[in-house]
Design a protein around this ligand. Structure first.
Ligand code: RAM
Length: 350
């Protein structure tokens, strides 16, 4: 995968208008899991999040719900209390037994959902993953938020810039099995391995796992701060980055922060300089694209094979492409960079 794609550095008016359109058409409350027992689910599509607490996942569901309201079908939000694959299996089995039309899952493990998702597809349920992929046998295709290689390399380059090439990196990830975070971390390691001279004084010193749980992310950040070699933390998770930012503010630490975060949650830390820059894509659009993809699979417009093309509502034409593991994926697009010059424009968006 090449990394010569443009990062959107400044406020992109067109993109902002687009997601506001997608994100605001339906006001929703998704802090609780929606009940499905006893309902006809033959035209209902489920988004299974990593866990119920995560505000990022709720943003993804906003777009998912908007897609299905445009398409005249129903959607439902399901999530386990904690981000374990076992609980996701229970949710999948329950939805399949209730006759759900399709499932998009942000997986808590690449392989452990395989039996349940294969059984779902055999029962005629359309299955895709988003955010955090399942293996290619367990899905028709995957919704890829932005180029994983670009994400990993951009985060390490940002950390390097923040410490001026002099200071170790601590990573605050999610769970040990999270496929998306692990893929991004592998590209962070590759960026350093391929440029040994540049990163000689900016190694990855330690990787910690906050499990996308605020309390654990706070304590893991405190542990990272006990290591005097760490001068910058990369948190490639919206839950982790906000927890780390709180700790850095409260301890008045000189350690800096970068990662993947939602502008609405991180604006104050970007403005104060704790997190000089961070990245994300449009989470609402991730869910919106997933919704249109599931519908295109149900309609038979696509099967999830490489080269197929369909129209994803206001996002326009999308093509199914090969991913790194010879499964297929549909790329959402741009990696957005946020810093003090543009955070004000984005903080009301997501
Ligand atoms: C967290 C989740 C998710 C990731 C975002 C950026 O909410 O772990 O997987 O994509 O952060």
């Amino acid at each position: 995968m090449k990394i010569n794609k443009n990062i959107i550095v400044r406020f992109a008016a067109a993109a902002l208008g687009l997601f506001m359109l997608a994100g605001c058409s339906d006001a929703i409350q998704t802090s609780t899991v929606e009940e499905t027992a006893g309902t006809d689910l033959s035209d209902t599509y489920a988004f299974i999040a990593k866990d119920i607490q995560n505000p990022y996942m709720q943003k993804v569901y906003e777009g998912f719900q908007t897609a299905f309201s445009e398409l005249g079908s129903s959607s439902v939000y399901k999530a386990p209390e904690a981000n374990t694959p076992e609980k996701q299996v229970e949710i999948i089995n329950e939805l399949v037994s209730q006759g759900i039309a399709g499932i998009a899952v942000a997986a808590n493990d690449a392989d452990m959902l395989e039996d349940a998702l294969k059984a779902a597809m055999e029962a005629g349920v359309e299955v895709i993953s988003l955010d955090s992929a399942v293996n290619k046998e367990s899905r028709r295709t995957h919704i890829q938020q932005a180029d994983p290689e670009l994400i990993g390399r951009s985060l390490v380059r940002a950390a390097y810039d923040i410490v001026g090439g002099n200071g170790g990196i601590g990573i605050l990830s999610t769970t040990y099995q999270a496929t998306n975070q692990n893929l991004w971390i592998s590209y962070m390691e590759q960026e350093i391995a391929e440029n040994p001279e540049k990163y000689a004084s900016t190694p990855i010193v330690q990787i910690a796992y906050g499990d996308d749980d605020e309390t654990k992310s706070i304590s893991e950040t405190q542990s990272l701060l006990e290591n005097p070699d760490i001068k910058v933390i990369i948190a490639p998770t919206s839950v982790g980055i906000t927890a780390a930012a709180q700790v850095l503010r409260e301890t008045e630490s000189d350690v800096k922060l970068t990662g993947l975060g939602m502008p609405s949650q991180m604006a104050e830390y970007i403005e104060s300089g704790i997190c000089p820059k961070m990245y994300l894509w449009n989470p609402v659009d991730v869910g919106y694209l997933a919704g249109y993809t599931l519908k295109a699979l149900s309609d038979g417009t696509i099967t999830g094979a490489q080269g197929e093309v369909f129209t994803a509502g206001t996002l326009g034409e999308r093509t199914v492409t090969l991913d790194d593991e010879q499964g297929t994926e549909i790329m959402l697009g741009d990696l957005l960079e946020f810093d003090s010059t543009n955070i004000g424009e984005w903080k009301g968006a997501f």
